[in-house]
Design a protein around this ligand. Structure first.
Ligand SMILES: *Cc1c(COP(=O)(O)O)cnc(C)c1O
Length: 393
């Protein structure tokens, strides 16, 4: 059969990805993805699995034996965490300060759990006092929070205080670290996080497809002593244990190429050093922040909980966010995003993640954004932004 005439060779545009993810992929990761496939039980692949797990422990700052890439995107590792930990009749406490707390609630309900909420405005972290009050009132079994809220650009501070509250009430803590792993300080063991899930296409700069997950022994004990099996067969951790644990028996075919990619992305993390990597994100995103502020724009979250990996910049008066976003895509091949939910139309979301957290990208972004806003007639100082970025570097 001939190729249908209207289907041409794949030629996607060459975008600079500075939105909420996916982030730009490192060339070494792309190269790893073009290496030959082996079987998911090939002895050489078993070694690759071990190495990937070890590298994941390093990035998560954990000794957890049970640390794996889950097949699928960040939502798959999220559902593996919540769907296994929450049993029918359990109560899960979730945050309302961003989009992803809502997704946690949906997943907990589908797992048969009851959902209770702890509130904070979009763009602010949870206050440990409010978490304490919610625990006293509801006695939840599981508490979820979002470390790096990609919808608001706010970082959850005081994490050890939150986990202390939960543990003093015999609850387990699940952390969404999708936009922090590999980009923002995260210490799973030291901070007392029982379960953390993440995604590959944010600060790890890897294509979506195999998503990090780690559980400590307390969490795994709860999962392995469930009265009824998890509702998802595919994400049932007691079954996945057979493949990623000692036994190495078939459960489902691992996304081999995505595991190659994740391994290479994590090798880059280890080569750079996790702390150096956090510092780089802070320095490079700091220049971005200085640039947009010098232009006359404001970041949405307060400085105390600014999230370097996702910069939420307030849309200036008289400007329609989508016009700016479209202009950047059309004129500069540059992707940024608008706000979601409560912040829809209010903010631009500018990612500074992994291979995108580089001087070159930020220099390009700030001058392109100045041009786009000027084009829209916004009252911005077009030259001050790029100058501030130059000074910062
Ligand atoms: C991106 C993201 C997710 C979901 O990941 P997908 O890869 O889109 O499934 C979950 N939580 C946060 C905070 C995210 O940024």
């Amino acid at each position: 059969m001939e190729t249908p005439p209207d289907v041409d060779e794949l030629a996607p545009p060459n975008r600079t990805l500075m939105g909420p993810g996916p982030s730009p992929v490192h060339p070494r990761v792309l190269r790893a993805m073009s290496t030959p496939l082996v079987g998911h039980l090939d002895p050489s692949f078993l070694d690759i699995m071990d190495e990937t797990q070890e590298l994941l422990r390093y990035a998560f700052r954990t000794e957890n034996q049970w640390t794996i890439p889950v097949s699928g995107t960040g939502s798959a590792s999220m559902e593996a965490a919540i769907g296994n930990l929450v049993e029918p009749g359990d109560t899960m406490l979730v945050p309302t300060n961003g989009y992803f707390g809502g997704r946690m609630a949906s997943m907990a309900e589908r797992a048969g759990g009851d959902v209770v909420e702890v509130d904070a405005p979009w763009g602010e972290p949870l206050d440990p006092v409010d978490v304490q009050d919610a625990f006293d009132e509801h006695q939840p079994d599981v508490f979820g929070f979002v470390h790096a809220e990609t919808s608001t650009g706010a970082k959850q501070t005081n994490v050890p205080e939150l986990t202390d509250v939960a543990h003093s009430h015999d609850a387990l803590v699940v952390a969404d670290t999708v936009t922090s792993l590999g980009g923002v300080e995260l210490k799973v063991d030291e901070w007392g996080i029982d379960v953390a899930y993440s995604g590959p296409q944010k600060c790890l700069s890897c294509p979506p497809g195999a998503s990090p997950l780690t559980l400590n022994d307390d969490a795994m004990d709860k999962v392995l002593s469930r009265e009824e099996p998890a509702r998802s067969w595919y994400l049932d951790l007691s079954l996945l244990e057979g493949y990623w644990g000692e036994e190495r028996a078939y459960h489902h075919t691992a996304p081999i190429t995505n595991v190659y990619a994740l391994r290479e992305a994590l090798r880059l993390v280890a080569e750079e050093g996790i702390e150096e990597r956090w510092a780089r994100h802070e320095r490079v995103a700091g220049a971005l922040k200085a640039g947009v502020e010098a232009m006359g724009l404001d970041l949405n979250p307060e400085d105390d909980y600014w999230l370097p990996s996702l910069n939420a910049v307030r849309v200036p008066d008289g400007v329609t966010d989508s016009d700016v976003i479209d202009f950047l895509l059309d004129e500069y091949d540059l992707e940024i995003a608008g706000g979601l939910g409560d912040l829809s139309g209010e903010i631009f979301r500018i990612g500074c993640m992994g291979h995108g957290a580089r001087e070159k990208n930020v220099t390009f972004l700030v001058s392109a954004l100045a041009d786009a806003l000027d084009e829209q007639g916004a009252d911005v100082d077009v030259n001050a932004g790029p100058a501030a970025v130059r000074d910062a570097f």
